[in-house]
Design a protein around this ligand. Structure first.
Ligand code: MN
Length: 228
């Protein structure tokens, strides 16, 4: 062991469904506007323009089931998203070979301080303050491809206190999973441990302390997150 001058940061490990094993996280990429209906509700053209990405931090992922309402916002939105967990990576990965790099999938939320994101957009500034805050990515366990396969379709929904807010289907993604991996790998060197949040369908909206969010995807189970 080298002699680190301070304690090294903890490796973030996501639970693997049905086991005591953990999936170690290296980076977190998030795609923007990957469902046409959500692009429209955010005031954008739903045409297939090149995808764009932002990042969250590995320790923003939180499998605890609780989401602490963050400071400096009064408009915190849910975005229900399936994530992709990579077991390998590289650069210039072809669409045809992209799925070979996937370890598994899981359910997650891309929680967003929408008011702060909106201010940053207006000023042409980076989005981190709206997106990459503490515990901003509540998530469920990793569901390995070895047991699940690749979910190309499946209804996705998110309820808040039992009321349906978001609905969509994985087959409505503008950029499909292999295309996202391929595109990202042209700009970044992907590697084992990388997570990609795959975008949200329409119906994003605000939550309050005390709310209970339940995300469900056909074949991938459900994720409950309490706003505390
Ligand atoms: Mn999102």
């Amino acid at each position: 062991m080298p002699n680190y001058v301070i304690s090294p940061p903890q490796i973030i490990g996501l639970p693997i469904d049905g086991t005591d094993d953990l999936f170690p996280v290296r980076r977190v990429y998030c795609i923007g506007r990957n469902y046409a209906a959500h692009a429209i509700e955010m005031g954008h053209d739903p045409d297939r323009e090149p995808p764009f990405f932002f990042q969250k931090n590995p320790n923003n992922l939180d499998p605890s089931g609780n989401f602490p309402y963050p400071p400096h916002s009064s408009d915190v939105h849910h975005e229900a998203e399936v994530y992709i967990a990579l077991k390998s990576g590289g650069t210039n990965i072809t669409v045809e070979s992209a799925l070979d790099h996937v370890y598994g999938y899981g359910l997650s939320l891309d929680m967003t301080r929408r008011d702060l994101q909106g201010e940053m957009k207006k000023m042409g500034r980076p989005w981190e303050i709206g997106k990459a805050f503490e515990r901003s990515a509540p998530c469920g366990p990793v569901l390995p491809v070895s047991s699940l396969g690749h979910p190309f379709e499946g209804n996705l929904s998110l309820t808040v206190n039992g009321e349906t807010r978001q609905t969509g289907n994985l087959n409505q993604m503008i950029w499909k999973v292999p295309e996202m991996i391929s595109y990202l790998s042209e700009y970044f060197e992907l590697a084992a441990g990388d997570i990609i949040q795959s975008g949200t369908p329409s119906g994003v909206g605000a939550v309050e302390k005390g709310d209970i969010m339940i995300m469900t995807v056909d074949g991938l189970g459900s994720l409950q997150v309490n706003v505390v």
